[in-house]
Each structure stands twice: as C-alpha cells, then as structure tokens.
Design a protein around this ligand. Structure first.
Ligand SMILES: *Cc1c(COP(=O)(O)O)cnc(C)c1O
Length: 405
C-alpha cells in the first residue's frame, strides 16, 4: 500500500528532532555534522537565535495579510536587496522554481512591451536545473525529469555550458534572453568562468537580449559575495534567488533592473503567499547577518579552508577522487568533490560517519555547509569524509586496486 506521505523521494531513514549551528540531532541523540544545509538552504545553520526570534516575533503579530495591502517587511527587504545589488526592484515569491517562472515571464514581457512580442525564446544550458514546474522542467531540459509529463513547454533551447560559439549560433530573431546558473549545482558544481559570464553580457547587449541568472543556489552569500555574478563584475537584467534567502523559511525573490521590472504592471503577475510578513521577517533577519561587516569575507575565508582541506583529501586519495569543483574565486561554500566511483557510496559512508552531504550528478559530492560554519567544523567535515573514504576502500578492495592502476 502506498505510504500516506507520497513517496516522491528516496529518503534516508533518519529524522532530526532539533538542530544547533551546523549540527543536527536525532531523537536518540545522535549528532550529525550538516554539510548539506538542507540543500544550500539553511544558510544560518539551525536554531540561529536572531532568525528564530525574528520569526517568533513576527508570528506573534501577523503572518499573512495578502498582497492587497502594503507589507512593510517586504518593502524593507526589497529596499535592502536593491541597495546591496544591481537591481532596482524586487518581486517576492515562495520557491526557486516560482522565482524562475517569474524571471522568464519578466524577460518575455519586457521584450513584448518594447516592440518584440516575437521574442519569447530562452536559451538555457546543458546540465541546467531550474525547478520542477512544467515550464521549468523544459528549461531544465533533463529527459529523466520530463518523462511522462507530456509535451515540454515550448521556448527553451539548450547549448553546451560554457560554449560561446554554440551560444551565438543559437541566437535567433525569436530569442528573448539567456538563462544560466553562474554555478550549476544539481549537475555537479560546474562553474561558468568569469570570462564566459562577461561574454554572455556582451552577447546580450549586442543582440538586444536579456540576461537572466538563476542564483537560487549560488546566490545569497554562498560564494562569499551576495550574488555569484559579482565575481565577474557584470550587471545582469534579472536574477532569481531562493534557497538561502530565508535561512530555511520558504522565500524566493526576483531581482530586476527598472527597464525589465517596469513592464510587470499590476495584474500581470502575482502570488498569494509571496512576500508575506513572516517570510520577509525571516529574510530581513538573514540579511542582517549576511550584510554585517565582514560576514561575506568570512564565508570566502571559510571556503578557502574547506577547499584546501578537500584538495588535501584528493591528493591523499588520487585513486578515489579526481578533484575539487567550485567557482574559480576558490568557491566559497559551494564546493564539489569529484569521485571516481558512484558518489552515492560516499554519501552513504558519510552518513555512517555522521556527516550529511548532498550528491549531485556526474559523481560529484556537494559540500555546501551553512554559511556560519567555522574553520574547525570545516576540517572536522573533511576528516569525516576521509574516514568515509576509508570505508569505501575497505568495502571494495577490488575497485580500489583497479582505480589505483
Ligand atoms: C533548487 C533549485 C531550483 C528550484 O528551487 P525550488 O525551491 O526547489 O523550486 C532552481 N534552480 C536552482 C539553481 C536550484 O538549485
């Protein structure tokens, strides 16, 4: 008989009762080091007092009023995001997929409103992940995710990630814009280099296209900058973000320039829950921490510690590991460990070492801790990974021998 909770996930047989910082506790008091952060979402770790207090306080006042009225918490959060980024205006929603849907709608609407209603096509990249709604499945383009769900939504093309020639060849008279993750998360922590990001901006300017960045995972401080595209020194037209922005509370956002945002006139787009007082109280509390002097630099420094420790693991175990992946800046706290064996084995072994990590495609282990992690915790996580790797060697001496040749 089917479980009453729909079995859409392969869940580990573990349930956490509470968390504290980068640690999660089961009811039998087993303590796990959380280097997955609920898939790069628990940006301030668990039970962060300032975030907890902000949510509790707002919940005790008013949680939801709808967008029929002004929401001061949303106005404040938007103003702060605008002040801290390229954007002139922000739309709040509830998830990454919803932010990406809105981003594509904005790109199309801006083209239509400026005399190009025929420009509806969005150029995406192989290996993309943009979410699970019907249109974002098409933008993602992964055959496995599309299977059984009917005709893919039209208007999304794919070119190889990082290939400028292919990109320029894909641009046509019906192209509205380009949609890219500056660092692809789900497909294995593939980072677009700074040069490619700048070339994308130049191509958009040359052909009158809009540059839309999916920073749902790599944004909100993950790389040691508020947004990953800042490393390239470029200014996009639209950016979607979600995951880390609410510190675990569901919140998404679309940031846009005035030239794009002004076409989303009243009635053209909306959401019931998006930008409610509770979610925005969480968002403001997260920003209090992220924008505090030195915080992002600290993320960058912790990323360097973690990166170096992972590199040492790769050097010690060239038979098992191929390299460390992340942004060319050193990656911040969005790193990948490329394995020479099925990465699910390493994830399972890490669980035995009471370390939580997340698999990605291409046999890459994603190492994406809360941004409040300290150096000692980074080193502890890599020690646990090394012990997890030992388990794999012991369990599969043949694989080890073959890989070592
Ligand atoms: C997680 C993710 C999404 C989808 O976000 P949801 O909140 O699950 O809808 C979209 N894009 C990227 C890059 C992501 O990592």
């Amino acid at each position: 008989m089917i479980p009453s909770l729909m079995p859409t996930y392969n869940r580990a047989d573990l349930a956490f009762e509470r968390g504290d910082g980068v640690w999660l506790y089961t009811s039998d008091q087993r303590r796990f080091l959380d280097f997955g952060a609920g898939i790069a979402t628990s940006s301030l770790g668990h039970n962060y007092p300032h975030l907890v207090a902000a949510i509790a306080e707002q919940a005790g006042k008013v949680m939801h009023v709808s967008n029929l009225y002004r929401v001061p918490q949303a106005e404040r959060l938007a103003a702060r995001l605008v002040a801290a980024s390229f954007a002139d205006s922000v739309f709040f929603c509830n998830s990454g997929a919803e932010a990406n849907e809105g981003m594509v709608k904005m790109m199309r609407r801006a083209q239509a409103a400026t005399g190009h209603p025929e420009r509806t096509g969005i150029i995406c990249f192989d290996g993309a992940f943009h979410g699970r709604t019907l249109a974002m499945l098409s933008a993602t383009g992964n055959a496995k995710y599309l299977s059984g769900f009917g005709e893919p939504a039209p208007g999304f093309d794919h070119v190889p990630f990082g290939n400028m020639n292919a990109l320029r060849n894909a641009i046509g008279p019906t192209t509205a814009g380009i949609m890219i993750e500056p660092i692809q998360g789900e497909s294995g922590v593939n980072s677009a280099d700074v040069r490619f990001m700048r070339d994308l901006r130049a191509a958009c300017d040359e052909f009158g296209l809009l540059l839309g960045l999916d920073e749902v995972q790599c944004g909100m401080g993950r790389t040691g900058r508020l947004f990953a595209h800042e490393w390239a020194g470029i200014s996009p037209d639209v950016v979607s973000t979600a995951k880390g922005i609410g510190g675990g509370f569901p919140l998404g956002a679309i940031l846009a320039t005035e030239a794009v945002a002004k076409h989303l006139t009243p009635g053209s787009h909306g959401t019931t829950f998006g930008g409610n007082p509770l979610a925005c109280a969480a968002g403001n509390a997260v920003l209090d921490v992220m924008l505090a002097p030195g915080f992002l630099a600290q993320v960058e420094a912790r990323g360097r510690t973690l990166h170096a420790a992972l590199e040492r693991l790769v050097t010690a175990r060239p038979d098992l590991f191929e390299g460390v992946r992340g942004h060319e800046s050193t990656g911040g706290l969005m790193l990948g460990l490329k394995c020479r064996f099925p990465v699910s084995q390493l994830q399972a072994a890490a669980l035995q070492e009471e370390l939580l990590v997340v698999v990605a495609a291409d046999d890459v282990l994603r190492v994406i801790p809360p941004l409040i992690v300290n150096d000692a915790e980074c080193l502890e996580a890599v020690e646990r990974l090394a012990r997890a790797a030992d388990r794999i060697v012991l369990a599969a001496p043949l694989l080890h021998a073959v890989a070592a040749q």
